[in-house]
Ligand binder design. Sequence first.
Ligand code: 5GP
Ligand code: MN
Length: 353
Amino acid sequence: MIENIFSGSDVAEFRVWMEWADRYVILTHIGPDGDAIGSSLALCHYLKGKGKDAVVIIPDSAPDFLSWLPGFTDIRVYADDPAGAEELVYKADVICCLDFNVVGRIGKVAASFLYSKAKKFLLDHHLYPGANFDVILSHPEASSTSEMVFHLICALGGYREITLDVARCIYTGIMTDTGALSYNSNSYSLFMAVAHLLEIGVDKDEIYRKVYYNYSESRLRLQGYVLNEKMKVFPEFSTSLITLSDQELQRFSYRKGDTEGFVNMPLQINGVYMSAFFREDREAGLIKLSFRSVGDVPCNRFATDFFNGGGHLNAAGGEFHGTLDEAVQKFMKGLDEWSKSTEECIKQLFIKK
Ligand code: 5GP
Ligand code: MN
């Protein structure tokens, strides 16, 4: 039996909306990842299967390694056609917000979103959902928003209606948000959901290959460069830092998504409990920050305390407006400040080994 995280009353309002609402816009966050795109496309396919007019709008483009997902080419990128996207947002009856918790995460789409008269529905697994939504289904313990879409469809009575397209999108989101079921995925109910997706016909090995064995030569060489020359390990802080400037990225013919997963790699080192990755984003004029941690080390606290960012306990991020060097200085200062903390979860980074 799959234990559903939603009760009938959780989805009652959405069910009522489905009786009258025809036009659905699905929004997800800037720099969309596998879970953002997977969950959005899965819900879009499901709604279309119910005869609805549904479209996915993303603030900026999605990485190429997801381009094989069914429905990917129908995704509207706000940055490519702001006026067209805004019209869809204004005309929507229902806006489904997937895989983000606050409107700041949808960038320039936020203005039209806030102005739209549509019913606003948040389905997400990040901590601290914000205001601006009519219905909020927030489950930080869920592996992924894609898992939550599975539960939503089941709670709406659609367990037997999940098509192969929906199932493939859901599995892709679960896989990418859990490192192929290697973290944040210790749940019986999640594996039961995955079992059902396999029963529907998902080929999980094929999806793994499509997502993770799809690199360009220069991407793999960039990884070698990062590990060999860019990864700094601070054993006294149980921490690691990788930085990449725009110039370095260009040298390796950087394409969006190429640095995905880099931040996780230093955690493979015995004694490293927190890892940071800073990437210069010249186009956006900022430094994109990623943090990962293991156990109860709260990397989201580090992101919040020093960089005004946030996220999950073990996976967080933020943005820094300044140079890469300044970001590194702030990082080192942050570690220094944290080294004076008396909190157990933070102190364990600074215990002499
Ligand atoms: P990633 O390192 O994969 O970009 O992001 C990991 C997690 O950090 C995301 O799932 C999200 O919860 C959080 N995150 C990433 N970027 C930001 C940001 O700019 N601001 C905030 N508040 N959270 C972020
Ligand atoms: Mn997610």
